[in-house]
Design a protein around this ligand. Structure first.
Ligand code: NDP
Length: 330
């Protein structure tokens, strides 16, 4: 047996976590030979619900699940965490401005970043799901100076998965034939699903779907608005597919990326690639050797249209960062 890994999950009584936790415990994410301990963070208001979640996990008799601990103190729950999956965030309420939400949630990620800094494993990998996830990941990272800056991810994999599904549907091909799909920028409506570099059956997507107008006028907004469209139908935001995309993100870091392929993740920009400003959490195409680490792909073609769209996403992320400058010491 491998050594047990400690996986901390915040917002653990919420809807996404309710899907995610059972995937983690089953072994389908970290592997069928990887024992796991789940450390679940809730709050006073959700404590009883959290106890219920822990009861359900215990009753599922997962052979790989070695321990479930619950609590409301991030310093306790993040102790020794090899992974921190940060799902918990305050939802946007009626009449709440986006900037108010950024402030409110920013404070949560400041506190939790500080806790990670003190008590998590020194190579803890962090995936931020709670919105606005890119800026929240930036805040957590800036408040955890003792952890590698590279290890902080914002979840943009759901956007990549949505883009792949739309390309497959349009081409009439199965989604496994779609590869090299990057989502650039922010997890918001300025996100840039990249059709220029995407491949279908190993060929450029634009050679398979010969309809330039469709890519710009239908594909791009459809992927960017998918979250909102789902809320309208379902009455709440995507949960199961979000949990699947968190699982995909983890697997992308612990299994080697196939040659020529990539996965999307919001990671720290060092200012050296694609002209993106240093110090932003920005979604890039990444590759991994499967050791939990990654590099940003440096061979993506950028045309004028893509550059313009990427710039708009960068501007939005700069604005978001400006809103929280007091939380990140800038
Ligand atoms: P839920 O409302 O079901 O759960 C959210 C959890 O967050 C709750 O369990 C709650 O737990 C916690 N929470 C609420 N307010 C606060 C607060 N003030 N401080 C700390 N924690 C809080 O939401 P979902 O599970 O559906 O979604 C969680 C987050 O994921 C949201 O921010 C959502 O926007 C985001 N999301 C991101 C996606 C992505 O692709 N990046 C896709 C879909 C959703 P408690 O009561 O214990 O505090």
């Amino acid at each position: 047996w491998k050594k047990t890994i400690n996986v901390a999950v915040t917002g653990a009584s919420g809807t996404i976590a309710n899907h995610l936790l059972f995937m983690l415990a089953s072994g389908e994410v970290y592997g069928k030979d990887q024992p796991i301990a789940l450390q679940l963070l809730g709050s006073e208001r959700s404590y009883e619900a959290l106890e219920g979640v822990a009861m359900e996990l215990e009753d599922s008799l997962y052979p790989l699940l070695r321990e479930v601990s619950i609590g409301i103190d991030p310093y306790e729950i993040f102790a020794g965490a090899d992974w921190a999956l940060m799902v918990g965030a305050q939802p946007r309420g009626p009449g709440m401005e986006r900037s108010d939400l950024i402030q409110k949630n920013g404070q949560i990620f400041q506190v939790q970043g500080r806790a990670l800094n003190e008590v998590a494993d020194r190579n803890c990998k962090v995936i931020v799901v709670g919105n606005p996830c890119c800026t929240n990941a930036l805040i957590a990272m800036e408040n955890a100076p003792n952890l590698p800056r590279k290890n902080f991810h914002a979840l943009t994999r759901l956007d990549e998965n949505r883009a792949k599904s739309q390309l497959a549907l349009k081409a009439g091909k199965f989604y496994t034939s779609v590869s090299r799909v990057a989502v650039w920028g922010n997890h918001s409506t300025t996100q840039v699903p990249d059709f220029l570099n995407a491949k279908i059956g190993g060929l450029p997507a634009m050679n398979v779907i010969r309809d330039n107008q469709w890519f710009k006028e239908h594909f791009t907004p459809k992927v960017a608005m998918r979250g909102g469209a789902l809320i309208k139908k379902w009455g709440r935001s995507s949960a199961a597919s979000t949990a699947v995309s968190v699982a995909d993100s983890i697997r992308s870091l612990i299994t080697p990326t196939p040659p020529g392929d990539c996965f999307s993740s919001g990671v720290i920009s060092d200012g050296n690639l694609y002209g993106i400003q240093e110090g932003l959490n920005f979604s890039f195409p990444c590759r991994s050797k499967g050791d939990g680490d990654y590099e940003i792909c440096n061979d993506f073609i950028i045309d004028d249209w893509l550059r313009m769209k990427i710039k708009a996403a960068e501007d939005e992320l700069i604005q978001e960062r400006d809103c929280v400058s007091h939380l990140i010491g800038r």
